[in-house]
Design a protein around this ligand. Structure first.
Ligand code: FES
Length: 82
């Protein structure tokens, strides 16, 4: 079985308000629809000290900044090889 991906979502108040509230929902839907929930370890993180560039999402150590819905879909497609 492939190694689990680690998705860390910044849930500090700045990132959360800037879009990670919706990004979190989108990621969960994305994974559910593709039966990938078991392939992922989810982590929340308090402020990542990049508030000005938020919302921040980190996948396997790679930091993504200013993540919006469109970027997010692209990031997930790449991460999961779609
Ligand atoms: S709240 Fe996410 S970087 Fe500060």
């Amino acid at each position: 079985m492939a190694e689990k991906k680690e998705i860390t979502i910044c849930l500090g108040s700045s990132c959360f308000a800037r879009g990670n509230n919706n990004n979190l929902k989108f990621i969960q839907e994305y994974l559910k629809q593709r039966n990938l929930m078991d392939s992922v370890n989810f982590k929340g993180k308090l402020c990542s000290k990049l508030c000005n560039e938020g919302p921040v999402i980190i996948i396997d150590g790679q930091v993504y900044k200013e993540v919006n819905r469109i970027k997010l879909e692209d990031i997930l497609d790449k991460a999961f090889g779609n």
